[in-house]
Design a protein around this ligand. Structure first.
Ligand SMILES: CC(C)(COP(=O)(O)OP(=O)(O)OC[C@H]1O[C@@H](n2cnc3c(N)ncnc32)[C@H](O)[C@@H]1O)[C@@H](O)C(=O)NCCC(=O)NCCS
Ligand SMILES: Nc1ncnc2c1ncn2[C@@H]1O[C@H](COP(=O)(O)OP(=O)(O)OP(=O)(O)O)[C@@H](O)[C@H]1O
Length: 198
């Protein structure tokens, strides 16, 4: 069974995926894969430099994610260009990684995909697990973690489907508004449920 783990930016996907990994569940993480496929020399990297120019590079020619982030979260048009370059490579690599885990005998695999619903990737997973926090908590945690102004944080939140809309697509919801211990208890409860199904 492949579980798609999703949620809004800074809702706690990485927090939950770390808890799942600690319980021995393989997690394929779209954010990590999206970093790997834009390493210098890879095809998406070349396309990004071609479109956005070398001003978005650090001196060592790696991508300056802060600069690129500023451009794409200020412009839907530029974000669409970046998504069209990066997403096909991310999807392909994630499929390969999930297949590797299946070959090793794992029956339960989690794919952590922030844009699972927006990018119409629901066909890649059997069930959707949403990590939920209220929009207020989401804004506060995002601002604190990234040191963003309200405007910068809202740009990123507004680039995604609102978290309350995402809830409608979920078969399971973890409420991450409380303590980490409360979240961990929900993770363990779900794992027990899934293990019965596998
Ligand atoms: C814009 C980039 C350079 C900013 O990099 P940065 O290191 O600051 O952020 P990071 O990659 O860790 O992403 C943090 C979060 O931002 C959100 N986010 C990232 N990309 C997007 C996007 N294209 N649209 C909406 N939200 C996004 C997600 O919630 C993600 O978890 C980077 O996010 C990127 O290359 N995005 C395009 C690829 C993508 O869509 N990744 C998301 C999973 S496929
Ligand atoms: N239950 C919690 N209580 C307090 N802080 C939390 C809790 N869960 C997560 N956080 C904090 O909120 C922030 C966002 O969490 P996390 O990085 O897990 O979110 P994410 O959904 O993976 O983010 P992104 O979309 O950017 O990848 C982090 O700073 C994290 O430490």
């Amino acid at each position: 069974m492949i579980i798609g783990l999703t949620g809004g930016i800074a809702s706690g996907k990485s927090t939950v995926s770390t808890m799942l990994k600690n319980e021995g569940i393989p997690v394929v993480d779209a954010d990590i894969v999206a970093r790997e496929v834009v390493e210098p020399g890879r095809s998406p990297y070349l396309k990004i430099v071609d479109h956005f120019g070398s001003t978005i590079l650090h001196e060592d020619r790696t991508i300056n994610r802060e600069k690129l982030g500023k451009i794409v979260f200020e412009s839907e048009k530029e974000r669409t260009v970046l998504n069209q370059i990066v997403h096909p490579a991310v999807r392909e690599e994630m499929r390969l990684q999930a297949a590797e885990w299946q070959k090793k005998g794992h029956q339960l695999i989690v794919m952590d995909i922030p844009l699972l619903i927006e990018s119409e990737l629901l066909h890649m997973v059997d069930e959707v697990l949403l990590v939920y926090v209220s929009p207020r908590i989401q804004l506060d945690r995002l601002r604190t973690r990234n040191n963003f102004s309200i405007e910068e944080a809202n740009q990123r939140i507004d680039s995604q489907l609102p978290i309350d809309e995402k809830k409608k697509f979920a078969s399971y919801v973890i409420n991450n508004e409380g303590t980490l211990e409360e979240t961990r208890n929900q993770v363990i409860h779900l794992l027990n449920e899934w293990k019965k199904e596998c």
